[in-house]
Design a protein around this ligand. Structure first.
Ligand code: RIB
Length: 302
């Protein structure tokens, strides 16, 4: 069977991670116990997660004209991503300041080149290079208007469209009708539907999403696993692991799920692989550097 290709349209940020023992108060200066600079950004993280599962991935997005941009490109190529269409803008590459505290993170993003990436930057490229059945993956760290147009075009091209509506925004609701699979976390699901997910309301939530145009939704629930909402409703538990950094756990899930679908796996098997991969990712610090390779996921599942 022909393996489908993945096109990820989204953000690229250099993550500057300060690991701290406590959070600074207003006016206070504290020492960080560790500093890590590594490539991140929801779009690129998802692209890297998919590429590490040995599927063909093309990155559509923008970097700036600085050193972070250079470093970023090198890393994408290093994991085998087709980065030939990455646009270079005359500004800074996106930067994320991450405060890592007791395994959890607080993130501030400066959009930089991501904020000026336009639909025109990739519309022709996608039209010329994507084939019917290929997979289009996107998130909300580039302009939402660009994401909406991208999803619409991908659908017109006959692609399978996967949206991770993160960071949460109501503005994407009108584009849910172009999405084959929507993968929010619990907060994002609440922002889109007005319903905070819990066991008792999964059916109501499924119906609400359906009304908004999304008939296949997977809600990621951190260490509680994920919930598949379609005609059936199914819970997938998470693995118990010692988490040191949850950054990019959701991105790992989405990238690996997309890669598994590209390989022709069923949605349930794809969720299984994605769950295992994100369990591994949280045991390692950083964003892209924490994402496991295909072999590691297979070993873990044994
Ligand atoms: O989802 C995690 C990512 O969010 C980080 O890598 C950071 O860049 C922010 O975009």
């Amino acid at each position: 069977m022909h393996m489908k290709r993945i096109f990820v349209m989204g953000s690229m940020n250099m993550d500057i991670v300060f690991e701290v023992e406590g959070l600074p108060k207003n006016g206070e200066t504290i020492n960080a116990k560790d500093l890590l600079v590594n490539p991140g950004g929801k779009g690129a993280n998802q692209a890297v997660a998919a590429a590490k599962q040995n599927v063909a991935v093309t990155m559509l997005g923008a970097i700036g004209n600085d050193q972070f941009g250079e470093q970023f490109l090198a890393e994408l190529k290093n994991v085998g991503i087709n980065a030939q269409f990455v646009t270079r803008k005359d500004c800074r590459t996106g930067v994320a300041g991450v405060l890592l505290h007791q395994g959890d993170n607080r993130i501030m993003v400066y959009g930089g080149a991501n904020s000026v990436y336009s639909f025109e930057d990739f519309a022709d490229i996608l039209t010329k290079n994507a084939e019917k059945g290929d997979i289009f993956v996107t998130q909300l760290e580039t302009n939402i208007d660009v994401v909406c147009k991208g999803l619409k075009l991908a659908k017109e091209l006959g692609m399978t469209t996967i949206l991770n509506p993160a960071p949460a925004s109501q503005q994407i609701v009108s584009a849910l009708k172009y999405c084959d699979i929507v993968i929010p976390n619990e907060i994002e699901a609440e922002v889109l539907t007005g319903i905070l997910p819990c066991k008792e309301n999964y059916a109501e939530l499924r119906d609400k999403f359906k009304k908004l145009g999304a008939s296949c939704v997977i809600i990621t629930c951190g260490n509680n696993g994920s919930v598949y909402l379609s005609d059936d409703i199914e819970l997938f538990g998470a693995y118990e692991v010692d988490a040191v950094d949850t950054t990019a756990a959701g991105d790992t899930y989405i990238g690996v799920l997309s890669a598994s679908l590209a390989k022709g796996y069923s949605i349930r098997d794809a969720i299984k692989y994605a769950t295992a991969a994100s369990a591994i990712a949280v045991t390692r610090k950083g964003a892209q550097r924490s994402i496991p390779m295909e072999k590691e996921v297979q070993e873990f599942l044994k």
